[in-house]
Design a protein around this ligand. Structure first.
Ligand code: APR
Length: 230
């Protein structure tokens, strides 16, 4: 059975990573148009770097939770039959043990040189404009897909959705496109695992309400119980 799983900020909420649109979310404290667009970076790179340096540092204190661990367990059981795409820029899926994670909105732990186009694994701040390891220039930006930019690997995601027997959305409000459209592109059944009603809940075959750390392990157990005994 081919499964595509899309995760959003809600899967990392119980790890202490702020979501965007919940009451204490990131967009309460910052205007996305001032910190998450190419124009904002052009206008005030220091503010944009501060926003992402803060979130990169917060990663160090966060730990993967039971939902991330359950998805890693699912990957270990079904391998390439699972396609995990995340809107999140944290590294909690990887730290939970997932080996194949498609970060469609980029990653906090990656820096992108706008001079030579190289990308580098990056754990430190970028605010002091460090030199690019490849070209020595000081033109590194957060490797994050900002509003107005094209998410990474859309054709691969679309192909996976067209082949999937099941599409599962976890912890996303379904208000940002193109991810919000995935439920419509999915060929097979669709399942939503979310704390609250999302903008797309009615479009899913089934929508379950609750915290990811309860819903995701229970769903993974269901999938694994249904697998043919080898
Ligand atoms: N368990 C499950 N779901 C949760 C939990 C939890 N513990 N906590 C919150 N949620 C749900 C909320 O109900 C909400 O529907 O997670 C969703 C979080 O929604 P958003 O904050 O909008 O995050 P997301 O959907 O990932 O945002 C998508 O918007 O700003 C852009 O690029 C940014 O990737 C982000 C995109």
């Amino acid at each position: 059975m081919k499964i595509v799983v899309l995760t959003g900020a809600g899967i990392s909420a119980e790890s202490g990573i702020a979501t965007f649109r919940d009451s204490d979310g990131l967009w309460e404290g910052y205007d996305p148009m001032e910190v998450a667009t190419p124009e904002a970076f052009e206008a005030d790179p220091a503010l944009v770097h501060r926003f992402y340096d803060e979130r990169r540092r917060a990663l160090e204190a966060a730990q993967p939770n039971a939902a991330h661990l359950a998805l890693a367990r699912l990957e270990a059981a079904i391998g390439d039959d699972l396609y995990l795409v995340t809107q999140n820029v944290d590294d909690l899926h990887e730290r939970a043990g997932s080996a194949r994670v498609h970060h469609m909105h980029g990653e906090l732990r990656s820096a992108w040189c706008t001079a030579c186009d190289d990308r580098h694994v990056w754990h430190d701040p970028l605010g002091h404009e460090p030199a690019c390891p490849s070209c020595e220039g000081s033109h590194l930006r957060p490797d994050i897909v900002w509003f107005g930019e094209v998410p990474y690997g859309m054709e691969v995601i679309e192909a996976a959705l067209h082949e999937a027997d099941l599409f599962v959305a976890i912890g996303t409000s379904a208000v940002v496109y193109p991810a919000a459209a995935f439920v419509h592109w999915a060929r097979g059944r669709t399942l939503e695992l979310n704390l609250d009603e999302s903008a797309a809940s009615e479009d899913f075959t089934q929508s379950r309400r609750g915290p990811a750390t309860e819903l995701v392990p229970a769903w993974v157990d269901e999938v694994l119980a249904g697998l043919p005994r080898d």
